[in-house]
Design a binder for this molecule. Sequence first.
Ligand code: HEC
Length: 481
Amino acid sequence: MCHAQRLAASRRLGWIGSGPAALAAASMLFAPAGATGSAAVQATPRQSAAERAVVAVALQEVPTYARDVAPIVQEKCMECHMENSIAPFPLTTYDEVRRRARAIRSRVEERVMPPWHINRTVGIQQFKNDRGLTDDQIETIVRWVDGGAPFGDETDLPEPREFPDYSRFQLAKVFGEPDLVVKSEPYTLPAVTQDKWFRPVVETGLTEERWVRAIEVKPSFPDGRRIVHHVLTTLIQEEQGLTGLASTAHDVQQSAGLFMEWAVGKVGEIFPEDAGKLMLPGARIGWEVHMHAVGEEIVDDQAELGIWFYPRGYVPRSRTVLRMFDARGASDIDIPPGEVAVTQDFHVLQAPARLENFQPHMHMRGKAMSLEAVYPDGRQEVLSVVDNFQWNWHNNYVYADGYQPLLPAGTTLVITAWHDNTADNPNNPDPEQWVGWGDRTVDEMAHLWVDVTYLEQAEFERLVAEREARTVSESGPSGTR
Ligand code: HEC
């Protein structure tokens, strides 16, 4: 095939985009034969897989499984798509991946898999738990499938990935065994049943006040790991005035709230060193364990919560609490049949605050949710948008340290939710049905769960100054004021 033919073929397959890399690749293909002669660009056994990958990109070659696709699947899919994990089929060998190549192509291109549904073009993009694919990775998979899903050269295969021992707490490697372990009550899940949400309340046995520096939830292994999709734990304790909460926030926060949310792929939560959650004597844990049947009875399963405390006497500067920001608006949730409905609500922050995460909650008609800040000086900024919401995935998008929105008192949070009640929504059980607020998954909800660290004014100013000093050299990230 001559260069021009190859370029035409690439175009037909839609490989050549319009970015600078594509232009460079195209101009290489058009260059005189000597310039891209076989000696210069052909792979030789002495080249590393990475070097050959660079050459392959320049030539717009079809990616191979061994060199290009296996490393992506290893890093971004296998954690769930392997034996004793939650996905319905493994993706651990060439045959397993090739057999599902078409489904993989469409799910990856639609950004449904891996489950990471945040909009990558607006708002904050730095997360502690990002498991999404880059644009390049998506393109590699798409081109591999379109090119016939070839295996490639066995010597290019990556080393097998080591997976951790899921029978142990992962944060034990950092902090040693947990200071406190709280188990859910045992539960037996039948072989075949609808999804279950198990909600026991359990004593912690704690007899003193302690500040929490890290938390991890662990389903039992191996059975629990196969059926548990996500776990919410709520801290239930008697409190007056909320010790340690910034004085600016005493009027706005009345309870300790959610303690820790866990979903497959998440390890644990380590709070920034200046913040933590507070547990009081007599604290209890309210569990919500979301389970999905796997065709085999799972007997007496349990989930465990591991808690690591700050040393006795250490008091972090700020206390983090969970808040629910509703988007139900004045007319509540009102979703006519066959329509996409929008609902919006506003929350004024009475105290300066740092938002640690973004976790939209909707049900089967959920389509998108956004969080926007309107600053007291009138500036507006979109902080985060999930534009591809999947109701069976309750992803928690945890902002990376140094990138969390720092918001002055008087900031208005605008939360907007979109529900798709048309037949175009593949999860819609009945587009003929009016839908309102309710607990069942066929009813709707529209709110955000956000871990809020309320700040004293001086502490807020200190953090903003720190952020501004850093951003002088970087182009300004979102939510810096
Ligand atoms: C956090 C866990 C997790 C990760 C990571 C993950 N998957 Fe999945 N995947 C699932 C589960 C659970 C299902 C079945 C339920 C569903 O479709 O949501 C699934 C379903 C699928 C399906 C079938 C969808 C359908 O509708 O038939 C494909 C294809 C798929 N995954 C591919 C991938 C690929 C490719 C990757 C990596 C790029 C990946 N998954 C990463 C958990 C995961």
